[in-house]
Design a protein around this ligand. Structure first.
Ligand SMILES: [Zn+2]
Length: 504
């Protein structure tokens, strides 16, 4: 007899439904698994058999064929164990096949029959949500995670005996206890700790409001990391769907602790410059896609400290995600698109010796060394960076200045974002940093006097046309923060200053 049940596998950061079919027929005892199974699934045969033998049910002593469909989908990992057991038991008439057909089961089986947690449960829950009459059964340790997805019929399972009892109608799945949600919005470093950095704090506010990519150039110890780590706190908290997406990515990467709530705060990811290209961009072996730092930073901030030390190929590979908000990872057997819409913050020393800011009187680098150093980041990414800030160590007297707190600045950012949302309503753009220069120049010009300042700067060669577009984008953000209908000449002057001294 043939029986089937549902499960799911993770491809990239999404779950794809899988049907597990089992056929129990007369013949020599043995079990074959077909459907592009990797080594882990072949190991699953032994785990599933041992688990069933430790349960109240009997292992069919005949010929068993298990098919994992669609067969074209590469499958890996142990999350299909429980579904394979259910299909085999249903085909062997140990549990009702109608009950087996109405569930989607995830979980790795221990040899003793216990159901162990698996990564990617939120993604699977998102895939199952909305399919009526289908109940998601997950290991108890994953239940809190599944319950983060609303409108879902989900239950927890302790072990194989519990699963069999549920399918026979003799027991109920474990109910989700209300999650003690960790509120990530109350944590995080505060902007008030950054003393005496008036310019830098203000640039950070502009970056947060307009979604502008930012570079911080300054000597070691000037406070570049301190500034960067405070950016996520200034960004608006993630909405429901974005929070699910970001939390699902963490679950797939195995970075979600039991009891963790939804990620409401935009993530902050800071890969080291020695990290591999796969760790930063994503990639990996056939059928096994590793999520990189740029995907972990999706809807948040990617901070590259000592940016010129990153491999040129890695910086080059960021160009596509910066433009498209996603990265394509092509493997021999599968091409996967991973989300990667992040706000980039680069930090660098002004030169290899670190002392070349301003007049660079103490700098010991040659002009060739300095040029090569800054070219490493300005080459591949320069076009995408609207704000270039020079960060200096605050003067001793300025340390007493009381700066505004994260909460105060975040509120101004929220209001500026609302003005942007109203203006870009009906377009594909969310924040000013998304808007292409030609569209801005044509349809949303600055005040007349401001526009002529910009045109003159371009005419005398002080700004390239692309540079002028970046200035216009930032000027709009300054106007939004100050609640002006359109940028004036002060906004343009300030935006030119925020663009920094670097050549475009
Ligand atoms: Zn130097």
């Amino acid at each position: 007899m043939v029986a089937r049940t549902g499960s799911a596998v993770i491809v990239g950061v999404r779950a794809r439904p899988v049907t597990v079919e089992a056929d129990v027929s007369s013949g020599l005892p043995g079990m074959t698994v077909v459907g592009l199974a990797d080594a882990a699934i072949n190991e699953a045969r032994d785990r599933v058999r041992a688990a069933v033998q430790h349960s109240c049910a009997e292992w069919p002593r005949t010929r068993i064929t298990v098919a994992l469909l669609p067969s074209s989908l590469p499958k890996r990992g142990s999350a299909l164990d429980a579904a394979i057991a259910v299909a085999v038991l249903a085909a062997g008439r140990q549990v009702p096949s109608e009950a087996a057909a109405r569930v989607c089961v995830l979980g790795e089986l221990g040899l003793d029959g216990r159901l162990h947690a698996v990564p990617g449960v939120i993604a699977a829950a998102l895939a199952v949500r909305g399919r009526s009459g289908l109940r998601l059964l997950v290991p108890e340790a994953n239940l809190g995670e599944a319950m983060l997805v609303p409108d879902l019929d989900a239950g927890g399972v302790r072990d194989l005996d519990h699963l069999i009892a549920i399918l026979r109608g003799d027991a109920a799945p474990t109910d989700a206890s209300p999650q003690p949600l960790a509120d990530p919005l109350t944590s995080g470093p505060d902007l008030a700790d950054v003393r005496g950095q008036v310019e830098a704090r203000s640039a950070l506010e502009v970056a947060a409001a307009g979604g502008h990519h930012l570079s911080l150039i300054g000597e070691p110890g000037a406070g570049k990391s301190m500034l960067a780590t405070r950016l996520p706190g200034l960004l608006p908290p993630l909405g429901d769907e974005a929070a699910l997406e970001v939390t699902a990515i963490r679950s797939i990467a195995g970075q979600l602790a039991p009891g963790d709530g939804l990620w409401r705060r935009p993530p902050f990811v800071a890969p080291h410059h020695t990290a591999s290209s796969v760790a930063i961009i994503g990639g990996g072996q056939a059928g096994r896609v590793t999520v990189g730092a740029i995907t972990l930073a999706h809807r948040g901030v990617l901070f590259l400290d000592e940016a010129p030390e990153f491999a040129r190929s890695v910086l080059e590979a960021m160009r596509q995600p910066l433009e498209e908000g996603e990265v394509r990872v092509a493997r021999a057997d599968l091409s996967v698109t991973l989300p990667a819409r992040f706000q980039l913050v680069l930090a660098a020393n002004p030169c290899p010796c670190g002392r070349g800011l301003g007049d660079g009187a103490d700098c010991s680098c040659s002009s060739v060394q300095r040029r090569r150093y800054s070219a490493r980041i300005s080459g591949p990414l320069a076009d995408r960076i609207d704000l270039r800030l020079q960060v200096r160590r605050p003067a001793a007297g300025a340390l007493g200045d009381d700066g505004e707190s994260t909460a105060v600045v975040a509120e101004r950012v929220r209001q500026a974002r609302e003005r942007m949302r109203a203006r870009w309503h009906g377009t594909a753009w969310q924040v000013n940093a998304d808007v292409p220069g030609p569209a801005l120049r044509r349809d949303w010009p600055a005040e007349e006097r401001a526009t002529s300042i910009l045109s003159r700067a371009v005419a005398r060669g002080a700004l390239t046309l692309r540079g002028a577009d970046r200035v216009l984008r930032v000027a709009w953000t300054l106007a939004d923060l100050a609640d002006r209908v359109r940028p004036g000449s002060d906004d343009i002057a300030r935006a030119i200053a925020l663009r920094g001294p670097e050549a475009a």
